[in-house]
Design a protein around this ligand. Sequence first.
Ligand code: FES
Length: 98
Amino acid sequence: MAAEVLVRFVDRAFAPVRLPASSCLAEHLDVTNSPLLFGCRTGICGTCLIRVEGEVPPPGDEERELLDLLAPGDPQARLACQVELTCDVCVEPHPEAA
Ligand code: FES
């Protein structure tokens, strides 16, 4: 695995960010450097619902349960605070997050 991964945003108003591999988006992103919003940062509130392009590890059972409620049937939906960065990704706030 590479030491760093590149996080790009569909909203090109925000510059891509290089982050350490295996870290979490919530550790490094906020409203100053990304279009993503965070609340609890622990996988409970659903504020950080996003769409992810990239081969990241699948959601755990608790995340899956919340995703089924917030964005049923969307395989790209994830909670940004729960995504482990194992590869380059492109992310955007999920339309259901508004
Ligand atoms: S910030 Fe609350 S679920 Fe991610």
